[in-house]
Design a protein around this ligand. Structure first.
Ligand SMILES: [Mn+2]
Length: 286
């Protein structure tokens, strides 16, 4: 990994096998190559928020590139829920696609979250108590992975919270659809906010339709939320497939996943050590 005191970092959202978009974004960010090493002329470094694989056509090429950037000291990366699922499958003896097998050992060297000097990186949610619980664990440890596979165990809940976000049940009589027209029984919460007495429509990060202004989640449904205080470091996440009209910067939280598969846009953020994230630092491929 690059020196963690480096404050000039370009963060890259969920790539999901879209190798062409990744190359395009690296070029737009000013990275150049001498044929073997990709680097930035001002010695900027890269950080990936996870979900390198699935959906797009070139997962293997994306893994190759991200792995080599990490190994050359140009980048760091955290795991997404897609890579974590792959690791869980491997440990529990389920089939792992041939194209991913050569990368398993490297993926199992990556962290679940990263705390750098001036920023934090996690795939879906910086949930303080989950992070504290997971701190001493590494995904190269089979026994830890096996515990994450035990339904509702503390490690299972903690890894789900930070890699897939914090969710709330949608009542059976409330019919809500996500942006892809799929009916949902759960919604992903704006985990960094105090959502007490807010209607469902204001609680969801990935928006749902129709907007129902007068239905509220029960307090008990929100008990796992731990709002993210404004004095904390900026935290960078991916995961939420945000449509273009949803702000990517919300207080200290920056979501750089604009859904490369459906909107054909890969997002990044050019970080220079600022304490408060700014929308002007966002960058996109299209
Ligand atoms: Mn994800």
């Amino acid at each position: 990994m690059f020196k963690i005191s480096n404050k000039n970092i370009d963060l890259i959202g969920d790539i999901h096998g879209h190798h062409t978009q990744l190359i395009k974004l690296l070029q737009k960010l000013g990275y150049t190559t001498d044929g073997s090493i990709i680097a930035h002329p001002q010695d900027r470094k890269l950080a990936f928020v996870g979900d390198f694989i699935n959906r797009g056509p070139y997962s293997e090429k994306v893994l190759e590139l991200v792995k080599s950037l990490c190994e050359q000291g140009q980048a760091t990366a955290v795991l997404g829920n897609h890579e974590f699922r792959l690791i869980q499958n491997a440990v529990s003896g389920k089939p792992v696609p041939n194209e991913f097998a050569p990368f398993l050992q490297w993926l199992r060297s990556l962290p679940l979250f990263l705390e750098l000097d001036s920023l934090r990186i996690v795939h879906a949610a910086w949930h303080f108590s989950s992070i504290a619980l997971l701190k001493e664990n590494v995904v190269s440890d089979d026994s830890f992975i096996k515990e994450t596979l035990i339904k509702k165990s503390p490690y299972s809940k903690a890894t789900q919270h930070i890699l897939s976000g914090i969710k709330v049940n949608i009542p059976k009589d409330l019919v809500l659809f996500d942006r892809f027209g799929i009916r949902r029984s759960k919604g992903r919460l704006k985990w960094w906010m105090n959502l007490k007495e807010k209607p469902f429509s204001e609680c969801f990060f990935s928006p749902m339709t129709p907007v129902v202004p007068d239905r509220f989640p029960g307090e008990i449904e929100l008990f796992e939320l731990e709002p993210y205080p404004e004095h904390e470091k900026p935290v960078f996440i991916g995961h939420y497939c945000l449509p273009p009209n949803i702000p990517k910067v919300s207080g200290q939280v920056v979501c750089i996943d604009g859904c490369v598969t459906c909107d054909h846009t890969l997002w990044g953020y050019q970080y220079n050590g600022e304490r408060i994230p700014n929308v002007s630092k966002l960058i996109e491929t299209s």
